[in-house]
Design a protein around this ligand. Sequence first.
Ligand code: GFB
Length: 311
Amino acid sequence: MNQQSKIFIAGHRGMVGSAISREFSKKGYTNLLTKTRSELDLLDQKEVHEFFQRESIEGVVLCAAKVGGILANNNAQADFLYENLVIATNVIHAAAEYGVNKLVFLGSACIYPKLVPQPMREDALLTGKLEPTNEGYAIAKIAGLKLCEKYKLQYGKDFVSVMPNNLYGPFDNFDLQSSHVIPALIRKFHEAKKEKKKEVVIWGSGTPLREFLHVDDLAEAVRMVFEDYSELETINVASGEEVSIRELAEEVQKVVGFEGVLTFDSSKPDGTPRKLLEISKINAMGWKPSYTLKSGLEQTYQWALETGELR
Ligand code: GFB
């Protein structure tokens, strides 16, 4: 594998895939293959197999996925389970069939049990029950991880998986019903400031603890894993910086410049109480994030203003 190798970035239009495409281009990879959903439907097994058969792909980064925040996950568990399972099985199997040398599969920290010792180590996988609000999504991501592991064990494929914690950044989904917490809060504070509202409503109790990573930092880690990581076990990628949802809301409030008060809506779910990843494996590869939470939020808010995502 070298910088001229043909690498398929699956899901290049999303927040994660676009950041990974930028990172690979920046590092001199010149033969990146991308397909829009209308050009290649990853849910269609026949199309996916014909595509891999035709293209002589050498490397794959699989970041195409159905993703969403706590409410979207909770309300559409069948869709999250089905679509993510099918994408993973179609792409990973076709990659194995048609001679792909390296594949990196993107998962999520919600694969680990709800009540597991923190920070969560890679070997905590399958040691307990999952958080119910995202069980469908998590099962699909565990299946993808296991496909990589089993194809490596049975067929010697260099297929690995990466488990990031909560991500944010440019090209995130800013829709209030389906987004994750950071774009939702940026939008809520921005609109409240513009409309001179006195309060902003935060879902849940504000007490859950989360760890956020800017997507450009994730993209660097994924490129390093693509180049240098071939172990059977998955590898966690996260910032190591833990905050409560209340602290996060206060930080976003400052970045956006909203002067009213925060209220908490306890009819909305909190989700898992704490989700901190153990990151010594990725750190040992020489990776550490370049953004702090504050600088990442500022960059993302600026991006949303400049691109017209927020008006
Ligand atoms: O980002 P989020 O939806 O993902 O929510 P999860 C994180 C926390 O922020 C929860 C609270 O406790 C929410 O109740 N929160 C407060 C809000 N206000 C808001 C708001 O306006 N919008 C949203 N969305 N949350 C997801 C999983 O869980 O994390 C997925 O469902 C995936 O499977 C993803 O793994 C990374 O961290 O709770």
